[in-house]
Design a protein around this ligand. Structure first.
Ligand code: PMP
Length: 451
């Protein structure tokens, strides 16, 4: 392997990174990860740390999940690729669709449309939602509603429903007819409401108001993450998603659950929708479906939506959408192995237990450090610390200080992710109690250094 300096220099000269300024790579070289095992990663300099990012919310079963590795290798040998466009399919994807049907039965979802990742899944769900209404003769239902602070990937459709200006401004004009309502974000919200339940009601009222303003007959779907992830881990009050479900049903609007992060155990339940006792009309999945080892995703479709497509005789239900890698046999084989391991290990149970320990430890850090404005978590292994310059004004922390917390935490044993003023924690779901302690003591060191 080339040495560390060579790699850093050539990284800066030769490639651009997602979500980074291309001119920043030399001054602030990214960590060059060269190996991983269990829940830890190793960098080019041989430093090993617990990966509290879990890859990118996707390596739920850790980096040493042998059954998934074996399934990929075996499938590469037998059938490395074939398309599932009309006219061909493959044995792996059929088996996977059957397994997913069982897995998602409690969510009321019984059909799968396969994709190559989360953004593809969002794009697919948005398109299917419009098509659903057209098949039913409701041509005017084309708009989408979503939450401010929501993240739905990077395709033009996803960017249009994203609720963070960072992912939108430089790419405008985006899709017309996409409107956003306030998120149930207790720490900062336009209502100055700090009670989660009352805030949930205010946000639901904002949804009703927006629907009335736009006209229900113009809206195709509302898309939301059951717990907002990239926007800073924002769990709503338990009444929020059921309330959204009720409002959508009342107005004939489809509910799309974007579970790219939350499906397969992350919240401590098997899916985020199930966590809140809600059945969506469409569900976007990706990431942990293959444990991050292969780019893959699936949109799951509710019985009622499937029925509209499958009983169509006009031809409008023909799907003019799909990816070269929809139903990739290697991805499907990986997903089958992953699902079996996820169930065998009962990962949501461990996510809930370790998540509670992590959340408790973060709350203790809040008592110790004035830098921490808000601690969010308490639903499986997705937590965030929101750092502030000042508690009263809630001034967001500056980049240099939060960068120092991250750097010292890394030197002290844990990779954590910085997103704006937030430190986001989304470790593998097979984490052990000792790993939770490592993450907490690394953060403790980082916060001490920056305080
Ligand atoms: N939706 C959500 C909720 C996500 O968190 C992400 C990625 N973090 C996406 C969609 C996009 O997924 P991908 O990066 O695989 O395209």
């Amino acid at each position: 392997m080339k040495d560390s300096n060579f790699l850093k220099e050539h990284n800066a000269k030769s490639l651009w990174h997602p979500m980074a300024h291309p001119a920043d790579s030399l001054a602030n070289p990214p960590t060059i990860v060269t190996g991983a095992r269990g829940v830890s990663i190793t960098d080019v300099d041989g430093h090993e740390v617990v990966d509290a990012v879990g890859g990118l919310w996707n390596v739920n079963l850790g980096f040493s999940c042998q059954p998934v590795k074996d399934a990929i290798a075996a499938q590469l040998d037998v059938l490395p690729y074939y398309s599932t466009f009309r006219g061909t399919t493959n044995d792996q994807v059929i088996q996977l669709a059957e397994e997913l049907k069982d897995f998602f039965a409690p969510d009321g979802l019984s059909r799968a449309f396969f994709t190559s990742g989360g953004s593809d899944s969002v794009e697919t769900a948005l398109r299917l939602a419009r098509q659903y209404h057209k098949i039913r003769g409701q041509e005017g239902r084309t708009k989408f509603l979503s939450l401010k602070k929501g993240y739905h990937g990077t395709h033009m459709g996803g960017a249009s429903v994203n609720g963070n200006a960072n992912f939108r401004t430089q790419y405008e004009p985006l899709l017309p007819g996409c409107h956003h309502i306030p998120a149930p974000y207790t720490y900062r919200n336009p209502f100055n409401e700090s009670d989660p339940e009352r805030l949930a009601q205010l946000c639901l009222q904002a949804l009703e108001d927006e629907i009335a303003f736009q006209g229900a007959g113009t809206i195709a779907a509302f898309i939301m993450e059951p717990i907002l992830g990239a926007g800073g881990v924002i769990p709503p009050h338990e009444s929020f998603m059921p309330g959204v479900r009720q409002i959508c049903s009342k107005h004939g609007i489809l509910l799309i659950a974007d579970e790219v992060i939350t499906a397969f155990g992350r919240t401590g339940s098997w899916t985020g929708s199930r966590h809140w006792g809600v059945q969506p009309d469409l569900m976007c999945t990706a990431k942990a479906i293959t444990n991050g080892y292969f780019p893959f995703g699936a949109v799951m479709i509710a019985d009622g939506v499937a029925e509209v497509f499958e009983s169509d005789e006009s031809g409008k239900a023909a799907i003019g959408h799909g990816y070269t890698y929809s139903g990739h046999p290697v991805g499907a084989a990986a997903a089958l192995a992953c699902l079996a391991e996820t169930k065998r290990l009962n990962v949501p149970e461990n996510a809930a237990a370790r998540g509670a320990e992590l959340h408790e430890g973060l709350l203790a850090l809040k008592d110790k450090y004035g830098l921490i404005g808000d601690v969010r978590g308490g639903h499986g292994l997705m937590c965030a610390l929101e750092l502030v310059g000042d508690h009263v004004s809630k001034t967001p922390i500056d980049k240099k200080t939060i960068g120092m917390v991250q750097e010292v935490a890394y030197q002290s044993g844990a990779m954590v992710r910085v997103s704006g003023p937030n430190i986001i924690l989304s470790p593998p779901l097979v984490l052990e109690a000792a790993d939770v302690s490592t993450i907490l003591s690394a953060l403790d060191a980082g916060l001490a250094a920056a305080s």
